[in-house]
Design a protein around this ligand. Structure first.
Ligand code: C5P
Length: 239
C-alpha cells in the first residue's frame, strides 16, 4: 500500500490513508502525554519500541482468533492496519488495583483483585475520558448493547491470553486499555495498540514498573523499561 494524506494525528500516533480504500498506515511517534495531555514529553525510541511490542501482541492475538486491525509491520515506525471507525469507548481490564481504580475505590496499589474488573471510559479529551456505565453509553449512543457486550467479552478473552503470556515472561499484567473499531463491513475488531503506553506491567519478583507509570510518576528509566519489555517478549532489541 502507498501512503497518502494524513487523516488524523493523535498524542502518540499518526494515521494515514493509503491507495487501498480499506487500509490505513499508522505511524508511532516518540511523544508521550499523561493526565489527559497535561504532562507532555518525549521518550527516545518509544515509537520504534511500541511499534515492535504492539506488533508482537497483535500477531499473537490474531493467531489466537481475536480479530484485530493489524495487517503487518512495515518498518521501524509504521504498521499497515485495517480501516475502522473507532468506537468512542476505552475498555480497561484490571487484575491488580492500581492507578485510578486504587484511588477511586480507596484500595492499596498492588492489591490483587479477587475478580477481573472491566470498565468503560468515554473517549473524549474535552471531558478527560470519564468513567461511564451502560446507561450513559446508551444515552450517548456510543455503541449498541450488543457491541458493548462483545467488547467486554473480547476484553476478558484478551486478558486471559495476555496474563498467561506475560506470566511466562515473569511479568504481572496489572491492567490495560483497549480500543475497538468497526470495519466498513460492520465487523467489530480490536484497534489501536497494546504497549507499555497502554498497559501496566510489573516484574513478577521485584514488582518493578516496566511501563508508562515511570513517565507519569517521573521515575526515570522509561526507555530502558520499554526496551526490557521488548526483550522479554522475545523481540529484537533496538538501540
Ligand atoms: O489510569 P488508569 O488506572 O485508569 O489506567 C488503567 C490502564 O489503562 C493503565 O494500564 C493505563 O496505562 C491505561 N490507560 C490508557 N489510556 C488512557 C487511560 C488509561 O492506556 N487514556
Amino acid at each position: 500500500a502507498i501512503k497518502g494524506e494524513m487523516l488524523y494525528e493523535g498524542k502518540a500516533k499518526k494515521v494515514y490513508v493509503t491507495d487501498q480504500a480499506d487500509l490505513y498506515i499508522v505511524e508511532y511517534k516518540d511523544d508521550a502525554t499523561a493526565f489527559n495531555g497535561e504532562k507532555k514529553g518525549q521518550i527516545t525510541g518509544k515509537g520504534q519500541l511500541n511499534n515492535a511490542i504492539s506488533t508482537i501482541f497483535m500477531e499473537m492475538l490474531n493467531e489466537r482468533g481475536i480479530p484485530t486491525h493489524f495487517v503487518e509491520k512495515l518498518n521501524d515506525r509504521e504498521q499497515l492496519v485495517k480501516k475502522v471507525e473507532i468506537v468512542l469507548l476505552e475498555v480497561v481490564v484490571r487484575n491488580v488495583a492500581a492507578g485510578s481504580l486504587a484511588k477511586r475505590l480507596g484500595m492499596e496499589e498492588g492489591t490483587i483483585l479477587p475478580k477481573t474488573v472491566v470498565e468503560f471510559y468515554y473517549k473524549n479529551d474535552d471531558l478527560g475520558d470519564p468513567l461511564i456505565n451502560d446507561s450513559h453509553i446508551d444515552v450517548l449512543e456510543l455503541a449498541t448493547p450488543e457491541v458493548v457486550k462483545q467488547m467486554e467479552v473480547y476484553g476478558r478473552q484478551i486478558n486471559d491470553i495476555l496474563v498467561e503470556f506475560m506470566k511466562q515472561r515473569n511479568v504481572i499484567l496489572v491492567d490495560f486499555k483497549l480500543e475497538f473499531g468497526i470495519t466498513p463491513a460492520g465487523e467489530l475488531i480490536l484497534a489501536d495498540e497494546i504497549s507499555p503506553d497502554t498497559c501496566r506491567f510489573w516484574d513478577a519478583d521485584t514488582k518493578e514498573k516496566l511501563d508508562k507509570d515511570r513517565f507519569r510518576r517521573d521515575m526515570g528509566g522509561v526507555e530502558e523499561a520499554y526496551q526490557e519489555m521488548l526483550r522479554r517478549l522475545g523481540g529484537v532489541e533496538l538501540v
